[in-house]
Write a protein that binds this ligand. Structure first.
Ligand code: SF4
Length: 308
């Protein structure tokens, strides 16, 4: 980046992600301690699962069971592409191309390349979903992602190869011989194990739940690499602002607590040990039960203000 002048937002992001002079990496003993505590707490839940019937935990599953159990049960075995989800997929692919192509490309070119790559890909059904959109909807999708890629370029300092930027980096930890699986896919990571920064890109505003998502990511990274990441960050492309949190014992403990509580809830609901509770919130907007749910309808009609 020598010779490049950063704009004020890029400088702010760079400053927010910079390693502090007093930073000390965590030791493998901390990972051992965290894992021992986690395994001890999850053991009663793990008994109900096996490697062939694993409890598979993602940030989405944890977020959904902590938000509204009925919504979690109604959506746990389904996934349907939507314009927002496919927009995120195209955005991440465009950023991946931006970080890895050697020539300079405009946001529009990057998005076109990303769309081509996804449409050609056999990997999922995003290509089918994109093909199902009308030409006008496809144009709106392209315009929306071009806007986000432009904001990304206007906000992030150019990432040097030696910072080891990786887009869509998956991580997995098997516990109890694979009966419990913790799985993450980080939007962007920078740095080496022990000093890693995990970054989530959001097209909308930053909320408290995003910090909780990233604490789960930190926990998985700690268990996987035996060293905690240095920092997590949520970047809102909408507001071009970054929210960072240093990773330490307190954030990892909070992640363990939320994970264990979430696993217990998921287990109870999987076993149909009780009826799921309902809790209105932002998820009511896309909940398949909304039409028949009194709590959800009241929330959507503005009668409650539980917008978690
Ligand atoms: S509409 Fe809202 S409160 Fe009702 S089940 Fe769905 S998410 Fe829960």
């Amino acid at each position: 980046m020598a010779g490049e002048t950063l704009n004020p937002i890029q400088q702010m992001v760079l400053d927010a992600l910079a390693k502090r002079a007093d930073f000390v990496p965590t030791t493998p003993e901390l990972a051992d301690e965290i894992e021992a505590h986690l395994v001890d707490a999850l053991e009663p839940v793990a008994r109900n699962y096996s490697p062939t019937n694993a409890l598979f935990i993602t940030k989405h599953k944890l977020g959904s069971v902590h938000s509204c159990e009925a919504h979690h049960v109604a959506t746990r075995d389904t996934f349907a592409w939507s314009v927002p989800s496919v927009r995120g997929t195209v955005l991440h692919k465009a950023i991946e191309l931006l970080l890895n192509v050697r020539s300079s490309r405009s946001p529009g070119d990057l998005v076109d390349d990303a769309l081509d790559r996804i449409v050609e890909s056999e990997r999922g059904t995003a290509s089918d979903f994109i093909a199902s959109l009308s030409p006008a909807e496809q144009a709106e999708l392209r315009a929306g992602v071009v806007d986000l890629v432009t904001k990304y370029e206007d906000s992030f300092p150019p990432l040097k190869p030696e910072w080891r930027p990786v887009v869509e980096s998956p991580a997995k930890v098997n516990l109890f011989g694979g009966a419990v699986v913790l799985s993450t896919r980080s939007d962007l990571t920078i740095g080496h194990p022990g000093s890693k920064v995990i970054i989530d890109m959001k097209s909308g505003r930053v909320t408290q739940s995003h910090r909780e998502d990233l604490r789960f990511y930190s926990l998985v990274e700690t268990l996987k690499s035996r060293q905690a990441p240095r920092l997590t960050a949520t970047f809102s492309l909408e507001s071009q602002r970054i929210d960072t949190e240093a990773v330490g014992l307190s954030t990892l403990r909070a992640a363990v607590h939320r994970l264990v509580e979430g696993a217990q809830l998921i287990d109870e609901l999987d076993r149909q040990a009780r009826s799921p509770s309902r809790r209105a919130g932002v998820q009511c907007r896309w909940c398949p039960l909304a039409a028949s749910c009194d709590e959800g309808r009241a929330h959507l009609n503005g009668e409650t203000d539980n917008d978690y």
